[in-house]
Ligand binder design. Structure first.
Ligand SMILES: [Zn+2]
Ligand SMILES: [Zn+2]
Length: 252
């Protein structure tokens, strides 16, 4: 939590006001001064930057959401192989503003950014028709060592904020019981093998239809393995929503 957030949380308005006067908050991407939004409280990114995010646009594979040529329903992979989730969708392309925000969130450890990013997931949930399908929300877990190193799980924070925004329960459903190599170093098939069996259920299913949240979808290896583990926990229908979708070359 930043100094500003702490002061806001403890209700220390006078100190916060002086701090804002001396050091007006600025957008971390373009440096314009940030104005307080009455409905959202303190802002962490400006509207101008958020409006530059490129949405993922159809045509896409009805199952995995990968870009597709017009006139086909499924990509080659989904046509031949049953993925363990109903469908996977993403808010925007992993490039420009969204890539920078996702990297800041994870690598510069700015969890407050999830306040700006979770509403984008809520928007996608509504627009992709997933809201009516799901009863609960869960997230891709991190290994204990990675969690200790970062201090928070960005997918968990996004899921929790999303749950509060759309009024759905959020469940911790899985744990990652072994360390894996960074996916960015690996090819598509290696990514699947790297993660195989790395996730296990924490407890029996809490509902029938669950939404799995992650920050970036690249080859789908993470969401595929997590969906398998969710199915083994007793969730028959898994839906996937990520903030960003990356081509495999940009890694994650
Ligand atoms: Zn900006
Ligand atoms: Zn597909």
């Amino acid at each position: 939590m930043s100094v500003r957030e702490t002061l806001q949380a403890v209700g220390n308005g006078a100190v916060l006001g002086t701090l804002t006067l001396l050091y007006p908050p600025r957008c971390p991407l373009c440096e314009v001064p940030l104005e307080e939004d009455c409905s959202k409280g303190l802002r962490f990114v400006c509207e101008g930057c958020l409006s530059q995010i490129q949405r993922v646009m159809p045509p896409w594979c009805a199952r995995c959401g990968d870009p597709l040529e017009e006139g086909r329903d499924l990509c080659v992979r989904c046509a031949f192989e049953k993925v363990p989730f109903e469908c996977a969708r993403s808010f925007g392309l992993y490039e420009g503003v969204l890539a920078r925000l996702t990297q800041r969130l994870k690598f510069q450890k700015e969890p407050a950014l999830t306040r700006e990013l979770a509403p984008l997931l809520a928007q996608a949930l509504e627009q992709e028709g997933l809201f009516q399908c799901i009863e609960g929300i869960t997230f891709v877990p991190m290994s204990r060592r990675s969690l200790w190193a970062r201090g928070f799980n960005q997918s968990q924070l996004l899921a929790q904020r999303l749950g509060a925004l759309v009024d759905k329960p959020v469940f911790a459903t899985l744990w990652k019981h072994r360390e894996t190599r960074p996916q960015v170093e690996l090819s598509g098939q290696e990514r699947l093998e790297n993660l195989r069996g790395a996730f296990a259920p924490l407890r029996p299913a809490q509902c029938e239809r669950i939404l799995l949240i992650d920050d970036v979808y690249t080859t789908g290896a993470t969401t595929t393995e997590c969906s398998r583990a969710l199915q083994s926990a007793g969730y028959p229908h898994v839906y996937v929503l990520t903030l960003a979708r990356a081509p495999i070359s940009s890694g994650r």
